[in-house]
Design a binder for this molecule. Structure first.
Ligand SMILES: [Zn+2]
Length: 307
């Protein structure tokens, strides 16, 4: 594939905001900016007055210092995306207020959204991630999978916000894989899917939940191959999880960003990469076969059997 300005591959980061504070992600964003990269940061616009056992450490846009920091990132060209209204489940009204807050503060609704943790308003989450009836049933048999159910796409639920999602949000993350080039796993992305009418387009990403996983995934061999193959890499991670300490970026991550930045890469936000891929497409709805293949590849990857 060819990329704008003669670049040979595309690379971006999709930063889920869990655990993020100004203190622990600012050094990482400074390093990304220094490396000439503009990536995508998700945010939680609303505070969580009910408290959160697992996700309490992250800051929200109702914290003024954090809001100012995120606005400065947006002014530099980083994309601001949604990780839901806040760290715990939101009824429709809080989800709506969260979207309006982002519009008011950043001038536009977020174009991209990622489901978060166990939030009940997640879209097509849990066993609903699978269209294949067999995989849906298998997933529902896993321990714990029945304890939380997800209702963002369920019109009869107080958590429903599918109509707002389809009106305002273009891209929603679906499957993740432990490899760099997403065109190998999901050459059709971004794609529409029959049966998920509240999502405009889905896409896949590489999976590296924290700094250790990120550094392990981005070996020089893999980065060289990404460039050779003209691939597209979007790494899903949490930049709040160990990427910086005492105001400094992790040494190994810093080396990775510098190594990548010396290559001929197109380093732009995730939505910009997806817009570009869409313009190159002829059709956008995933065929039944391609959908089934993607679902099985995801399962194989999670079972560590991927080729
Ligand atoms: Zn999350």
């Amino acid at each position: 594939m060819e990329f704008p300005n003669g670049k040979r591959f595309a690379f971006s980061i999709l930063d889920d905001t869990d655990d993020s504070t100004v203190a622990n992600v600012e050094p990482v964003y400074n390093a990304l900016a220094d490396a000439g990269m503009r990536t995508t940061k998700t945010v939680w616009p609303m505070s969580c007055p009910e408290g959160s056992r697992l996700f309490f450490a992250g800051e929200t846009l109702e914290n003024m210092a954090y809001l100012k920091f995120v606005q400065e990132l947006a002014a530099q060209g980083f994309e601001i995306a949604s990780h839901g209204a806040t760290m715990e489940s939101s009824l429709r009204e809080r989800t709506r207020r969260g979207l309006e807050f982002i519009k008011k503060e950043f001038g536009a609704y977020p174009r991209l959204y990622c489901n978060h943790g166990f939030n009940r308003e997640n879209l097509y989450w849990g066993s609903k991630r699978f269209q294949s009836p067999l995989l849906r049933k298998l997933f529902a048999c896993l321990p714990g999978s029945r304890s939380v159910t997800y209702h963002g796409d369920d019109e009869s639920s107080p958590y429903f916000w599918g109509d707002l999602a389809v009106a305002h949000i273009q891209y929603v993350r679906n499957f993740t894989f432990r490899r760099l080039n997403m065109l190998e796993m999901n050459p059709e992305m971004p794609y529409r899917m029959r049966g998920t009418k509240y999502v405009n387009f889905w896409f896949s990403t590489s999976d590296a939940p924290d700094v250790k996983a990120f550094n392990r995934l981005l070996t020089r061999e893999r980065m060289d191959k990404l460039e050779r193959d003209g691939g597209v890499c979007i790494v899903s991670t949490h930049l709040g999880k160990g990427f910086a300490a005492d105001g400094k970026i992790d040494h190994e991550t810093g080396e990775i960003l510098r190594y990548l930045s010396r290559k001929s890469g197109w380093f732009v936000p995730v939505s910009e990469i997806l817009d570009y891929l869409r313009r190159k497409q002829t059709g956008s709805e995933l065929s039944g076969f391609a959908r089934l293949k993607l679902e099985y590849l995801y399962i194989l990857d999670k079972l560590h059997l991927a080729l």
